[in-house]
Design a protein around this ligand. Structure first.
Ligand code: IPM
Ligand code: MG
Length: 369
């Protein structure tokens, strides 16, 4: 028998430990895994003075997959350029593991359409994937502070753009196999202003020639931000550079009613371990209260099983179990808040507000059923 997959678990800060503990429970119910729990972010700063140690990075590179909770919190918030920041742990991991492709699927669960701030008829049919470039751009360019002047630099090479464009086109093809829709990639840039964006547009257009079955359109980022809320169902795969992808993926997440629902996968070279994490942050205001929504982490575990561990059937089972539990009316407070103003619907079960533990048991029960 082959040895169980080795998963490095990085709970991080705030609600991170609660949701990751729930995810470990979920994985344990699916089979045998070997877990190694390590520090990242603020808790690593407290223990070692830096947000990511070399030992942790090496352990992650040697694992089969990495599961992360969240990093950051008011305790470590500072504008001092010399002070360590929790986010450096996450950025160091992305760069150090070569995770250039960040996949953020946005598919509102049918039971949650009422929780979106957008009208139901607007979001009906929304099923999109944000493909965010994750190791380039302004996040990793030269930056600094000189007296009362500061700078951040955005740089991209054609090679970096080409590989993320391929990820997007391949993903569009794969999605079309199951949806039957004509695959489409929407490339987002600011080519009317930025030179990196003009290179981006040129390279994406060139790569598109190899994918003549996939439609391509280009949107300027400000326009994309508007279109995402006015006609979300028209999008399929959205590909963007690091900062634009960061902003648009939070916006797209709200289509699902809560940032607490959005999973992500960060992938590098073929065969290298990926990093799987919920898109939401560490939510320090509710940390330790047992109220955190574990569903984005569960859906990230599903992405880990699909993209990292080659267990697509288990991934689909988790996704189905999450839908079943939401349909039963269970809501963590972040989801319930969005539906308070909803008129009672006779054909839907009443909503019950629950905490992390109850939500977790409900998903485990649905999986076992
Ligand atoms: C994200 C987060 C991070 C980012 C922060 C925590 C550095 O917002 O994963 O979207 O900006 O990439
Ligand atoms: Mg973000």
């Amino acid at each position: 028998m082959s040895s169980p997959p080795r998963i490095v678990v990085l709970p991080g800060d705030g609600i991170g430990p609660e949701i990751v503990a729930a995810a470990v429970q979920l994985l344990e119910s699916l089979g045998e895994f070997e877990f190694e729990e390590l520090l990242i972010g603020g808790c690593s700063i407290d223990a070692h003075g830096i947000a990511l140690t070399d030992e942790v990075l090496e352990a992650c590179k040697a694992a089969d997959a990495v599961l992360l909770g969240a990093v950051g919190g008011p305790k470590w918030d500072t504008t001092d350029p010399k002070a360590p920041r929790p986010e450096q742990g996450l950025l160091g991991l992305r760069k150090g593991m070569g995770l250039y492709a960040n996949l953020r699927p946005v598919r509102p669960s049918p039971a949650l359409v009422g929780a979106s701030p957008l009208r139901e008829e607007r979001i009906a049919g929304t099923d999109l994937l944000v493909v965010r470039e994750l190791t380039g751009g302004i996040y990793f360019g030269d930056s600094g502070r000189e007296g009362d002047k500061a700078h951040d630099t955005c740089e991209y090479t054609a090679g970096e753009i080409e590989r993320i464009a391929r990820t997007a086109f391949e993903a569009a093809r794969r999605r079309a196999e199951s949806s039957g829709r004509r695959p489409k990639v929407t490339s987002v840039d600011k080519a009317n202003v930025m030179e990196t964006s003009r290179l981006w547009r040129e390279v994406v257009t060139r790569v598109a020639l190899e994918y003549d079955d996939v439609a391509l359109d280009h949107l300027l980022v400000d326009n994309a931000a508007m279109q995402l809320v006015s006609r979300p169902a028209d999008f399929d795969v959205v590909v963007a550079e690091n900062l634009f992808g960061d902003i648009l993926s939070d916006e797209a997440a709200m289509l699902t009613g809560s940032l607490g629902m959005l999973p992500s996968a960060s992938l590098g070279a073929e065969g290298a371990p990926g990093l799987f994490e919920p898109v939401h942050g560490s939510a320090p205001d509710i940390a330790g209260k047992g109220l955190a929504n574990p569903l984005a982490t569960f859906l990230s575990v599903a992405m880990m099983l699909r993209h990292g561990l080659d267990r697509p059937d288990d991934a689909a089972r988790i996704e189905a179990a999450v839908d079943v539990v939401l349909e039963s009316g269970m809501r963590t407070p972040d989801l319930a808040a969005g539906t308070v103003a909803q008129p009672p619907m006779p054909d839907l079960p009443a909503e019950v507000e629950v905490g992390t533990a109850e939500m977790t048991s409900a998903v485990l029960d649905a999986l076992a059923a």
